[in-house]
Ligand binder design. Structure first.
Ligand code: MG
Length: 443
């Protein structure tokens, strides 16, 4: 009896709260109407595809029923781009037409749950395209940049790092020197291994012996080469430059510990992806044995992957790819979650994030306290033609403009001049890399 009373009271309380929230919502709408600002509704959802620099970029455009009010979001999953388009057009578009364009959280939850099975990269990218477009629309409605909606600037600009690489160590150091001369303080260094398919650089020398004809990778040689690179970089580039390195999940869990331990004396800014997402339970081993800072997360799609690493303070930098997470809405929540545990951000930002996606990261970076560093890839003239409003970069810092929303537009006619290349038999997907004996290794 008593339990029923409590439940009854709770239900009555919930109903009253619901009525109050509906009333508040009604008042807000009334206030908007009185200001001559009707609630915009989603009138169309379309997909813009282009490849200005050989990388397939996908952007979603949400158009409202109010003339001139639209927004853009990044849905770039370059390796499976042809699957994202129908996910948007065949499922999200009919689901969203006629819905209010001003309810971002509600719309995100509806999209996320409507497939029942969730947290996959194709659907997350489709959701991200709509989510970021709704944030863009919200900013345009408010006549404010999105970073203002997120609380305003916590910094003036966003610090970035350069991608230095070379087939030989000296080539990589020369590449790093170029960035340093441009004023950058952080450089990611990657070097090829003679005869081998490394990551982030071209290979040099004769192909090493293998039992197959494809690209070949050998873990022990790569590990030794990475340590030689760190040693040379610290010696040649001096003590003040911040060095970053991406292991790209290619080592065994024990080799990952070894690499992080040996790297310790070279004081890296971070060592990225020493383990694959499948091996995240090994992170405590690294943490217990070395002070090398760890960055992880660009391959994550699900809260089940990043939550344990952040809450147990097993990583220093979260590297998630915003569109793979589902857009700005989940990213800002994870950033706030990380702030509590003093885990900083280093969102994944190479050339396979569209300029719209880069703007979303810049606006988030500007507004959070636990910002760490931002990866950025300089876009070419074709990208600047398609995406007017791309951020300026000065002395390694990215600056957002003060235009409403993301501050970026998409010239759809220009985008159509740079279609996806259809002569690639892998259709934008990546190929295979194998150990000398023929076993597949992670990319
Ligand atoms: Mg990486």
């Amino acid at each position: 009896m008593r339990r029923r009373d409590i439940l009854g009271a709770t239900t009555a309380g919930a109903a009253a709260a619901l009525l109050a929230s509906r009333e508040a919502l009604g008042q807000e709408r009334l206030a908007r109407a009185q200001r001559g600002m009707p609630i915009p509704k989603i009138a169309d959802v379309s997909v813009i595809e282009c490849s200005p620099d050989g990388v397939r970029l996908t952007v979603v455009k949400v158009t409202t029923d109010q003339p001139g009010l639209h927004g853009f979001g990044c849905a770039t999953f370059t390796q499976r781009a042809d699957l994202v388009k129908p996910a948007v057009e065949k499922y999200l578009k009919p689901f969203l037409i006629g819905k209010p364009a001003d309810r971002i959280e509600d719309t995100w939850q509806a999209m996320y749950n409507s497939s029942y099975w969730r947290n996959g990269p194709v659907l997350n990218n489709a959701i991200s395209g709509v989510d970021e477009a709704l944030w863009d629309i919200k900013g345009r409605m408010a006549n404010m940049p999105v970073y203002e909606l997120l609380g305003g600037k916590a910094r003036e600009a966003v610090d970035t790092y350069g991608h230095a690489s070379g087939s030989e160590i000296e080539d990589c150091l020369n590449s790093a020197r170029k960035y340093i001369s441009q004023g950058l303080r952080h450089v990611r260094i990657q070097v090829g291994v003679p005869g081998m398919e490394g990551y982030g650089s071209r290979r040099g020398g004769q192909r090493i012996p293998a039992l197959h004809d494809g690209p070949v990778f050998e873990r022990e040689a790569a590990l030794k080469r990475a340590i030689s690179l760190f040693e040379a970089a610290r010696k040649e580039l001096g003590p003040d430059i911040e060095l970053l390195h991406d292991a790209h999940e290619r080592y065994t869990p024990t080799q990952a510990v070894e690499l992080c331990k040996q790297a310790e004396k070279f004081r890296l800014f971070f060592l990225e992806d020493p383990l694959s997402p499948e091996d995240i339970m090994w992170f405590p081993n690294i943490r217990r044995q070395t002070s090398t800072p760890i960055a992880m997360g660009e391959l994550f799609n699900s809260p089940h992957e990043w939550t344990p690493l952040i809450k147990d303070r097993l990583i220093d930098y979260m590297r998630m790819h915003l569109s793979q997470m589902g857009g700005l809405t989940p990213a800002r929540k994870v950033a706030a979650f990380g702030e509590i545990f003093n885990v900083r951000t280093a969102w994944h930002g190479p050339g396979d994030v569209s300029p719209v996606g880069h703007m979303a990261m810049v606006h988030l970076d500007l507004s959070i306290t636990n910002f760490g560093i931002q990866e950025y890839s300089e876009f070419n003239d074709a990208a600047r033609e398609i995406f007017p409003g791309l951020p300026e970069i000065r002395n390694g810092y990215l600056y957002a403009n003060d235009r409403p929303g993301w501050g970026i537009e998409v010239d759809e006619k220009a985008a159509a001049q740079y279609p996806f290349h259809r002569d690639n038999p892998l259709n934008g997907g990546w190929g295979e890399i194998r150990l000398p004996d023929g076993q597949i290794v992670k990319q």
